[in-house]
Write a protein that binds this ligand. Structure first.
Ligand SMILES: Nc1ncnc2c1ncn2[C@@H]1O[C@H](COP(=O)(O)OP(=O)(O)OP(=O)(O)O)[C@@H](O)[C@H]1O
Length: 354
């Protein structure tokens, strides 16, 4: 449904999006995440037709809508956009906001469509209200209904939840995903919040400095990050030193870990091994001991920062452990841990990190 082939975007001479390619099938939701300035909005604007591409092409339903010398305007593309600030018309009612893009249709048809959409976004009975009479979450639902009204081929959402508080963001993201799936709408959302991306996306693209670092499912990004940047940006984790015993096994201060596929590193290579907090299980009976350096209460869980390795040898490796919060341990205490790494992720150790 949406295909990006080597898409670049430049402002004057500076290239801010660099040769990005990905594909979304009909009904799939993709999210672009990345730090501020990584080029997410510029890429979204190029897909929408608000910015030209400086290289590559964008295809919607197999048709080239952007390429060098080709620039369909946003209306021709039949793309709906939901902006960060909702961009609703304050002088119009909810109903009139939703009908705004339907002016070509007969009034009765507009009203019917509007009522259907209000029901879909959970705002039945609110057609007569003005925008300032709605909460932020309700306003965002109106913005979604307005973008969906002309039945776009593709929906683009630019940081749609950033003005809302954290609890509401998560639940609205899940609701909106449900609505888009119900309508089988293909969508691309930009966010810098990975939790939002996890709640919404079938596919996530991680961007840094204008380049796509990895395009994958949420599971792949978390468990099989392609590089250090993705490992660091997605989820929490620590890197500990490892030495490859062969292509499949690595020795660390937490023991030897292995995986059935070749790691890409040969015997003797010095690597860093990614350890996620959920790889570390707290177990008082375990002979593997770790020292509590700090702890942070997270409601159901306590996040412990632990020192591991041979302390006598001056090891200062640190990992995190997410333990049920009714296990209360003091700073400096030695606790038992077990390690359960299902996906082994190794990166070449760089000189300054040795
Ligand atoms: N109209 C413009 N003219 C010139 N440079 C721009 C323009 N818009 C964005 N940029 C620059 O392009 C780069 C990418 O910006 P962009 O807004 O696409 O990033 P982003 O990842 O969406 O950031 P944020 O999360 O802060 O919105 C930045 O360095 C920005 O300063």
């Amino acid at each position: 449904m949406l295909q990006l082939q080597q898409v670049s975007v430049a402002y004057q001479s500076s290239q801010v999006v660099k040769a990005i390619s990905f594909t979304l099938q009909a009904g799939e939701i993709g999210c672009l995440v990345g730090p501020s300035g990584s080029g997410k909005t510029s890429l979204l604007r190029a897909i929408a037709g608000f910015e030209p591409v400086s290289q590559g092409q964008v295809l919607v339903a197999g048709e080239v809508v952007s390429a060098l010398g080709v620039q369909q305007n946003p209306e021709q593309r039949q793309i709906g956009v939901v902006f960060q600030d909702y961009a609703l018309f304050p002088h119009l009612t909810v109903g009139d906001n939703i009908c705004f893009g339907l002016w070509r249709q007969p009034k009765a048809q507009q009203q019917q469509k509007m009522q259907q959409l209000l029901q879909l976004v959970g705002l039945s009975g609110m057609a007569g209200r003005y925008i300032h009479q709605l909460s932020g979450g309700q306003q965002q639902r109106v913005a979604l209904a307005r973008a969906l009204a002309p039945e776009p081929r593709l929906l683009l959402l630019d940081e749609p939840f950033s003005g809302l508080d954290a609890d509401l963001r998560d639940s609205l993201a899940r609701d909106i995903r449900g609505i888009l799936k119900q309508l089988n709408i293909t969508a691309v959302m930009v966010t810098h919040d990975q939790h939002e991306a996890f709640a919404m996306a079938d596919w996530i693209g991680v961007m840094a400095h204008g380049s796509l670092q990895q395009w994958g499912t949420p599971y792949q990004l978390y468990h099989q990050p392609a590089n250090r940047f993705v490992a660091d940006f997605i989820g929490q984790g620590d890197l500990i030193r490892g030495d490859m015993l062969d292509g499949f096994q690595v020795k660390t201060c937490l023991g030897v870990f292995q995986q059935p596929q070749h790691t890409g590193f040969d015997a003797g290579c010095a690597v860093d091994v990614l350890v996620r907090p959920d790889d570390i299980l707290h177990d008082d009976a375990s002979p593997l001991r770790a020292k509590v350096l700090s702890r942070a209460f997270r409601g159901a869980h306590m996040l412990y920062q632990l020192q591991v390795g041979d302390f006598a040898q001056g090891s200062n490796e640190q990992i995190s452990c997410l333990a049920p919060s009714h296990h209360q341990h003091q700073l400096g205490e030695m606790i038992g841990i077990r390690v359960q790494i299902d996906d082994l992720v190794c990166f070449a150790r760089t000189v300054n990190q040795a």
